[in-house]
Design a protein around this ligand. Sequence first.
Ligand SMILES: [Ca+2]
Length: 286
Amino acid sequence: MRRVRSRFGQRGVVLVAVLWIVAALVILVAGLSASVRSDVQSTASLRDQVAMRALAEGAVLLAMRDLSAGKGAAALPLETSISLGGTPIRIRMASAAGWLDINTAPPERLERLLAHIGGLDRREAQVLAARIVDWRDPDTVATPGGAEDEAYESAGSVYRTRGERFATPEDLLQVLGVSFEVFDRIRGFVTTEGSGDGVLDARSAPQALLEAMGESALPAGSFNAAGVPPEFLGAGNALRVEARISAGGRREYVHVAWIRINAASEGSLPIEVLRTEPPTFWTSTD
Ligand SMILES: [Ca+2]
């Protein structure tokens, strides 16, 4: 019985993953914004994509090796370029604290995210923010506008609230009322690996997220260009590492990995890849 249930559970996970990938492809093909377009086109062959993925993963690990070898704060800029097999790979590192942590963000911040970036009206954003809080909180009492298990059941959802942390941003798709479309708009701005204190690190945060939160970016010129700020590099911190490879013309292959820096000790790796996002292609239309 246990074996059957476990198999069923695995199939469920695989099904959700496949559904998400299919939806993501549809959304990506549909196009996203006027200035930057994300698409999946057949012009890059599968072989090219496999090669680019290997190069991106390799470059991320090389950058991390430099970081953990102590070159960190002094020598490693936030943006760097690594060459592998003659292909330049642009690396950009940022603290995960620059992304909104869906496990700790208060409802007001989730509401701002859903309204300003998710494109929802204020009322819809309020409801979904309350439901996100109810999905992760351990109690069974719905917050105003929110939803606990009874609401999922009566809405015919196959999901229930988890009562604990979101393991990945994709878990948001289980929250009652979060559509693929809304998720696709906000997924580039959220994390499950944030600092936990709810403060966005303005040096790392995407400009659009700072604006959505009503926070101003650091004044121009104050961005730390000398190196990765030392407080990013302590054990337990998570980094978002983006690798970009030219895919011809104005197209770029974009690979994003979330990495944790571990305490130096025997038997443990200095860094740990927490998750790798599905790759995307970006086309600059400037
Ligand atoms: Ca609740």
